[in-house]
Design a protein around this ligand. Structure first.
Ligand SMILES: [Zn+2]
Ligand SMILES: [Zn+2]
Length: 233
């Protein structure tokens, strides 16, 4: 079956995410846009996924639990999991790999954890957009131990893209899928390595930027497990 997806969306828990990127607003906007599958991928944390997952389930929308991790090389890596529990276990582990830099909310914005009613129920003290103290290889292996799959994010971008930082994508790392920004797709970047599958997502930090029905994925069923299999095949 063909399903329409946006697999890189930030909530208000990302310091750079808009304040209106609440669990209810994200799910409702995804429904308005006619999407079947979304992933919320906050920087280095999964703590807003329980609320989004509960709301998505109620609405018949599939949430792929995810994070956008920053490796020690300063590369952004989308990391997807089969369920919220495993995403949270990974998230708790990597919190200890973040440098102990307190959030300056006036400069970076708030890092707000919300419940299903869009009520703030907590916040995260450490600045979430810092780089973790583990390499791409180590983080990929750590995600795998939790049943997750890593996808290099926006590989065409100068900022935090794997090619700009490392020069190329080493086949030894074993990636089968990469993400190219919509602008990169327009510039022909999807052909970087024809053996790699390509996702192209919004990387939305504001509600209006969530994708419309422009990215069809051919999956056997609408589930996170099925999407992970697709990434890895
Ligand atoms: Zn990024
Ligand atoms: Zn992002």
């Amino acid at each position: 079956m063909k399903y329409f997806a946006d697999l890189h969306i930030h909530s208000c828990l990302s310091p750079c995410g808009g304040e209106d990127m609440t669990p209810n607003n994200i799910v409702n906007m995804a429904l308005l846009k006619g999407l079947d599958i979304i992933a919320v991928t906050d920087h280095n944390t999964a703590r807003n996924l329980p609320a989004v997952d509960a709301l998505a389930r109620e609405a018949g929308l599939c949430l792929v639990p995810g994070l956008e991790v920053t490796t020690a090389e300063d590369v952004h890596m989308l990391t997807y999991f089969p369920d919220v529990e495993r995403a949270l276990a990974f998230s708790d582990e990597i919190y200890g790999l973040l440098p102990d830099i307190p959030l300056n909310a006036r400069f970076f914005g708030e890092q707000t954890i919300m419940n299903e009613e869009d009520e703030p129920v907590g916040s995260i003290d450490r600045l979430l957009i810092s780089a973790l103290s583990e390499s791409i290889e180590q983080l990929t292996a750590r995600a795998r131990r939790h049943g997750g799959v890593c996808v290099p994010a926006h590989i065409d971008k100068e900022s935090h893209g794997i090619i700009a930082l490392l020069g190329f994508i080493n086949p030894h790392l074993g990636f089968r899928t990469v993400e190219v920004s919509p602008r990169g797709v327009a510039a022909g970047f999807s052909q970087y390595d024809p053996r790699l599958k390509v996702l192209s997502n919004s990387d939305a930090h504001d509600l209006g930027l969530i994708l419309e029905r422009v990215q069809p994925l051919e999956l056997a069923e609408k589930s996170a497990a099925c999407f992970l299999k697709y990434l890895d095949s």
